[in-house]
Design a protein around this ligand. Structure first.
Ligand code: ZN
Length: 208
């Protein structure tokens, strides 16, 4: 049977390939493509050669290999912006879903930076805020021991507990204010007291 008969037969059957049994120019005895009568093995070798002669950047741009290389030198501005837009779009479309995931994750990992943790531990939050404020004003002595810090935290915990019991907000107050008009107190256990918020707020920084 002649080559053309095989080709005609394959075409008639709607096949993509046909086999003549005769070697190609390079000596491959294998299938040919119906579309352009090219040798399948030759095509494979040509493609392989092309891939091998490409640089890493060219391969990346063709999406062949090295897709995992996300180093900046490979990322074009276009790719970077496209990535940003995709994730931005995903975020806006799935905000509620992501919020739930985040909440679950924060609770699971006990993430003390999270909103959920701060809601569950208001006393820790106010202790932290006070610590920050005192640190900013440089009113926390460096010689305080761990026990001192624990005592300070205890004040904030107690204020929260008392607030819950009494049903009125209690604050931890600095007996000598951190920012007094004439004297400034320290953020130390013996300069702390628990006061109702009303009283504390009316007191202001009028000490000394
Ligand atoms: Zn061939």
């Amino acid at each position: 049977m002649r080559k053309c008969d095989k080709l005609a037969e394959a075409k008639a059957n709607g096949f993509v390939r046909y086999l003549t049994g005769r070697p190609c120019n390079k000596g491959h005895v294998c299938e040919r493509l119906v579309s352009d009568r090219s040798c399948v093995e030759c095509n494979r070798l040509k493609a392989q050669h092309k891939r091998d002669s490409m640089t890493v950047v060219e391969k990346y741009e063709h999406g062949l290999k090295y897709r995992h290389l996300k180093t900046n030198w490979l990322l074009t501005d276009k790719a970077r912006i496209s990535r940003q837009q995709t994730s931005q779009k995903y975020y806006t479309n799935n905000q509620e879903k992501l919020a739930i995931y985040r909440k679950e994750y924060n609770l699971k990992t006990n993430n003390f930076h999270s909103k959920q943790w701060k809601q569950l531990h208001p006393e820790a939050r106010s202790a932290w805020t006070a610590k920050r404020r005192a640190a900013k004003l440089q009113r926390t002595p460096l010689w305080l021991t761990l026990t001192h810090h624990k005592q300070i935290d205890r004040f904030y915990w107690e204020a929260a507990e008392v607030s819950k019991l009494v049903g009125e907000v209690y604050h931890v107050d600095h007996i000598v204010p951190l920012q007094g008009k004439t004297v400034s107190g320290l953020h130390v256990p013996w300069n702390l007291q628990i006061l109702p918020a009303k009283e504390n707020l009316s007191k202001g920084n009028n000490h000394g």
